[in-house]
Design a protein around this ligand. Structure first.
Ligand SMILES: [Zn+2]
Length: 308
């Protein structure tokens, strides 16, 4: 299956032209954070004035009398209290967003010339956390829902296509041991939602669907795994393809789009990160989700910074 996911991106020369120094980055952050004018991060007042001698710093006139509250553009962002310049952060965000399979903390450590791997790792994780939130709308139209397993030992990788993996017998569903389950749904030509779950079973699937998919969905496609069989009770337009019976596409009913997303995530996790612990998998999944959902967004960089 091909994954023709085109991400709108700034090129490196465009990045250099747009962000020649830290001040340019700070000016961009001011615009992104406060598109309607600077306001106090503490009390939200717009009654603030810029400190003449200190660029990108303001004082709030409405915070309690006698205490002059001063704040910089960095306060309350992930860029606060770090010894790395904003331009370095921006460069890392840009690198992360431009690489389809992601970029490892090791790559960042080497290319940014940081003194410690730990610093690179921590910055990458802070950025991923920022990409995690954001406005969320339930999926509509034609939606595909599926599950996959990520991680585990290399020799088990060919068993990633669940169902044919050895069951754990522990009730964790359809996958091999040592792997983490992820449930995902994608709206065709739209967004993807993917969540790591501790346990893959009927209730987990139903909770996921309720949270992510509108009940006004016009078609909800899944495969014919037994935990999917009563989805139709809540989503009347549910249709299944039976992969075991060799069915993959019946008219509009298929799960190729979500499977394409899974293969992106897996190629990223195996090819770029080599190994991701279950604890941090939600962050990596969020990163892939963000890139996918902003693949047509000309200002994907701005969208990322807005979440920081
Ligand atoms: Zn204030």
């Amino acid at each position: 299956m091909t994954n023709k996911i085109k991400i709108q991106q700034m090129s490196i020369p465009q990045f250099e032209a747009m962000f020649p120094d830290d001040d340019a980055c700070k000016a961009f952050l001011v615009q992104t954070r406060w598109p309607n004018g600077v306001c106090c991060p503490r009390c939200a007042s717009v009654n603030v004035y810029a400190l003449k001698t200190m660029p990108f710093k303001w004082e709030c006139m409405d915070c309690a009398d006698g205490t002059s509250y001063r704040f910089s553009v960095l306060v309350g962002t992930i860029f606060e209290n770090t010894n790395k310049g904003l331009r370095q952060w921006f460069r890392i965000i840009h690198t992360m967003l431009t690489s389809k399979k992601g970029v490892s903390a090791h790559q960042i450590y080497r290319t940014m010339g940081f003194g410690s791997y730990r610093t690179a790792w921590s910055i990458c994780h802070k950025i991923r956390t920022a990409l995690m939130d954001g406005e969320f709308q339930k999926l509509m139209g034609i939606v595909e829902m599926d599950q996959t397993f990520v991680g585990g030992k290399a020799k088990n990788r060919h068993k990633d296509k669940r169902g044919d993996g050895p069951g754990t017998g522990g009730g964790t569903g359809r996958g091999p041991t040592g792997k983490t389950a992820v449930i995902g749904a994608v709206q065709r030509k739209g967004n993807v939602v993917a969540r790591v779950v501790e346990r893959l079973d009927g209730p987990a699937i139903h909770n996921f669907l309720r949270a992510s998919v509108s009940d006004k969905v016009s078609l909800l496609c899944t495969d014919a795994w037994k935990a999917h069989r009563n989805i139709g009770n809540e989503f009347p337009h549910h249709a299944m393809v039976n992969h075991r019976a060799g069915q993959y596409v019946i008219g509009a009913v298929h799960t190729n789009t979500i499977e394409g997303f899974w293969s992106l995530v897996k190629r990223g996790v195996i090819g770029t990160y080599h190994k991701v612990s279950a604890k941090y998998l939600p962050l990596y999944v969020a990163e892939f989700q963000f890139r996918y959902n902003n693949r047509l967004n000309a200002d994907i960089f701005g969208a990322a910074v807005a979440g920081c």
